[in-house]
Design a binder for this molecule. Sequence first.
Ligand SMILES: Nc1ncnc2c1ncn2[C@@H]1O[C@H](COP(=O)(O)OP(=O)(O)OP(=O)(O)O)[C@@H](O)[C@H]1O
Ligand SMILES: O=P(O)(O)OC[C@@]1(O)O[C@H](CO)[C@@H](O)[C@@H]1O
Length: 303
Amino acid sequence: MIYTVTLNPSIDYIVEVENLQLDALNRMKRDLKLPGGKGINVSRILSRLGVENTALGFLGGFTGRFIEDVLQSESIVTEFVNVQDDTRINIKLKHGSETEINGQGPQIGNTEADALVQKLRALTKEDVVVLSGSVPPSLGGSFYERLIAVIKEQGARFVIDTTGEALLKALPHGPLLVKPNHHELAELFGVEIEGQEDLIKYGRKLLEMGAENVLISMAGDGALLVTEEQVYHANVPKGEVKNSVGAGDSMIAGFVGTLSKTGDPLEALRTGTASGSATAFSDDLAELAKIDSLLPQVQVNPI
Ligand SMILES: Nc1ncnc2c1ncn2[C@@H]1O[C@H](COP(=O)(O)OP(=O)(O)OP(=O)(O)O)[C@@H](O)[C@H]1O
Ligand SMILES: O=P(O)(O)OC[C@@]1(O)O[C@H](CO)[C@@H](O)[C@@H]1O
């Protein structure tokens, strides 16, 4: 079974404005409220791909209830820990380009944090846990480490999609997958990345540091999969880009869901890329029909 963990879910409030004027009243052209948070996005795509999964994390208040309702309407199994404070609202402002304003996240107490850790004690060695997104400041900087320790004790595997220190600390524990984008990879090592050779060089460093598979996403330039044996490139299909929110999460869902079904990393890379692009070409996360229609255009080649 695949579990997703979203420590800091959100309602994504997508607001479209024509000719944004600062210091003035702007009227929205269109707005949309979506359940968000990286792990939740992974769960929604997994479920569209027909991959059984359970969404875990913290939800609170009226915003939390909205998210739970949408997930249940999509028949996604949820086991969130309830918190007192409201789940955050993240603003995604479309004004020709995209500006994002993400909240800090709610206050989470020790008892609530312990309740989530307790849920992971039911994992078995057949399970994969996808840990995605930011950590609310109230949980402290090392909460992912605490979760990883329990996941390892239970013999389960994990994928981690986060940045900076939290990602570096997770690597020695052998994540099944990490998926930095090209900018995050450069930031992680404090370097400028010039081209494909550099991407592969730093991707290999993440392998040496403990990751089993390194997926480097490059938005419209596709993705590189770096493994012990080989490096592969996947191209992106053609389409009109409507939204980039959740493209990376869709890629992780496509990759992990397919890897768990087929054990084939190349098929996983193809489906991951098609899923990421299908979301980039949609208003919300991708529907299955869109992913299926793009799959034939994605080619995976060794480098
Ligand atoms: N402009 C685009 N055209 C086609 N495909 C895209 C585009 N942007 C993203 N994708 C697809 O989505 C995948 C992940 O995108 P990206 O590299 O932007 O990840 P990310 O930075 O983690 O995304 P996010 O915006 O969700 O944080 C890409 O590898 C590609 O398959
Ligand atoms: O603040 P975080 O946890 O880093 O990112 C949260 C977020 O920006 O990521 C998702 C897209 O990947 C959105 O649904 C959500 O708003």
